[in-house]
Design a binder for this molecule. Structure first.
Ligand code: NAI
Ligand code: OAA
Length: 450
């Protein structure tokens, strides 16, 4: 029996962690793909060297050519950009939609039988674009968010009750944004539902509401702390759970973004719901009986996802849509003090794409409407030329220091390619090349608490 092949599209923070976890679990052979040449190769080599210490036999490879993902059984997509303080996930749409279209094409050509897990944000809209662009059956393309959001909810509850995380189970439904719906009635400690625990005096309703809010803002809380990007360990572990359930046909019931076909009153859109993940992909949606308030919360969340999907449809048709969700601005990750802004403006990885992303945030992108406007100009003006086409990311220009190595460096048996890798890490352009019309300033947003 041949080993399974796992392709990781995007070799950034989550991509690298995915490779490590997939290796440690010996899920199969792993290929990292990224448009920044050198990074996937470097991470693959590093983890391959770790395999001898950790004791696993996965083969690792890195590439910036799509042919490397040929025949993959599972593809996990993290390609694109992540948010920084002052941005909402929705601000990423204009850049990441182009990335999803390019990645979808790559998957269609090279591994049309794969099970695809999308992680790129804004998740529910991006997984929809990826499915459309790849042309894969909807049951073979899913989004990761619910496992992560539920994991956060479980952790906060376990800490509150001072019990093992193993004995806390929790579900979060809906889109991966601030309107997500942590399902209090279906969340339990050792099988005891949270409403019963309120009656038993373990927790007050007020305190539980605070935990629900913290869960909804779980991503923003980490962005506010990291300042340079978003969470990556827990997101990677969550996607690995999904991949493992598919590869081993475990049939785990996991909250994932799946394409609904009438369930929960939704059709043709990706929304987070519990689903059985097995060898058939997303095999069966679990349709919970919701009460009136849960239904209202889910409908609100579905409305926000629909607004973003409409924006995507407009961009894909070349006619940016008037989004339905314009009145529900997505919350932004908190900006703490000035240094956060400076970091965004001066970060060594600052590239034209980052400028484009910053531009999205610089405008008061409080409403999806503005995301649409920005996305349309960005997409047409430049990203189309760069991200969507073959060198979706320009190879980073080697800084002078790398071009003229110091004598000590010259002595080292460093191959050209290795020098490139080093350059790639140091170069100011790690991300896809992007529009010249970049913003002058870092995001002008009102600081908000997570
Ligand atoms: N769904 C969820 O629950 C979560 C989603 N995310 C999202 O995941 C995405 C990735 O996050 P990180 O790994 O932290 O970001 P990162 O910036 O560390 O890595 C992204 C990688 O994508 C690469 N890339 C850009 N354009 C590409 C293209 N056209 N083809 C292939 N690779 C390309 C970049 O070179 C970079 O290495 C972000 O959009 C982030 O918002 C992050 C956490 C949780
Ligand atoms: O918050 C972000 O930008 C990343 C993300 O989706 C999460 O950690 O939940």
């Amino acid at each position: 029996m041949s080993r399974k092949k796992i392709a990781l599209v995007g070799a950034g923070n989550i991509g690298g962690t995915l490779a490590l976890l997939a290796g440690l679990k010996d899920l199969g052979d792993i290929v990292l793909f990224d448009v920044v040449d050198g990074v996937p190769q470097g991470k693959a080599l590093d983890i391959a060297q770790l395999s001898t210490v950790a004791g696993f036999d996965s083969k690792l490879a890195g590439s910036s050519k799509y042919t490397a993902i040929k025949g993959a059984d599972v593809v996990i997509v993290t390609a694109g950009v992540a948010r920084k303080p002052g941005m909402s996930r929705d601000d990423l749409l204009g850049i990441n939609i182009k990335v999803m279209q390019a990645v979808g094409e790559g998957i269609k050509k090279n591994c049309p039988n794969a099970f695809v897990i999308c992680i790129t944000n804004p998740l529910d809209a991006m997984v929809w674009v990826l499915q459309q662009a790849s042309g894969l059956p909807a049951n073979k393309v899913v989004g990761m968010a619910g496992v992560l959001d539920s994991a956060r909810f479980r952790l906060f509850l376990a800490e509150e009750f001072n019990v093992s995380v193993e004995d806390v189970s929790a579900f979060v439904l809906g889109g991966h944004g601030d309107t997500m719906v942590p399902m209090v009635r279906y969340s339990t400690v050792a099988g005891i539902p949270l409403p019963d625990l309120i009656k038993m005096g373990w927790i007050t309703r007020k305190r539980l509401n605070e935990i629900v809010d913290r869960t909804r803002n779980g991503g923003a809380e980490i962005v506010g702390l990291l300042k340079t990007g978003s969470a990556f360990y827990a997101p990677a572990a969550s996607a690995i759970n999904m991949a493992e359930s598919y590869l081993k046909d475990k049939k785990r019931v996991l909250p994932c973004a799946v394409s609904l076909n009438g369930q929960y009153g939704v059709r043709g859109m990706y929304v987070g719901v519990p689903v059985v993940i097995g060898a058939g992909g997303a095999e069966r949606v679990v349709e919970l009986q919701l009460n009136a308030s849960e239904k209202a919360m889910l409908n609100k969340s579905v409305g926000s996802v629909k607004g973003l999907v409409d924006v995507c449809k407009g961009i894909m048709k070349g006619t940016p849509a008037k989004p339905a969700a314009a009145k529900a601005p997505a919350k932004k990750a908190p900006v703490k003090k000035a240094p956060a802004k400076k970091a965004a403006a001066k970060a060594p990885g600052k590239t034209t794409v980052k400028k484009a992303v910053a531009k999205a945030a610089a405008k008061p992108a409080a409403a999806v409407k503005k995301v649409a406007a920005k996305a349309a100009t960005t997409a047409k003006a430049a990203v189309k030329k760069t991200v969507a086409k073959k060198p979706a990311v320009k190879k980073p220009a080697a800084p002078k220091a790398a071009a003229k190595p110091k004598p000590a460096a010259r002595k080292a048996p460093v191959k050209k390619a290795a020098a490139k890798t080093t350059a790639a890490r140091k170069a100011p352009a790690k991300k896809p090349a992007a529009p010249k019309a970049a913003p002058k300033a870092a995001p002008k947003t009102t600081p908000k608490k997570a």
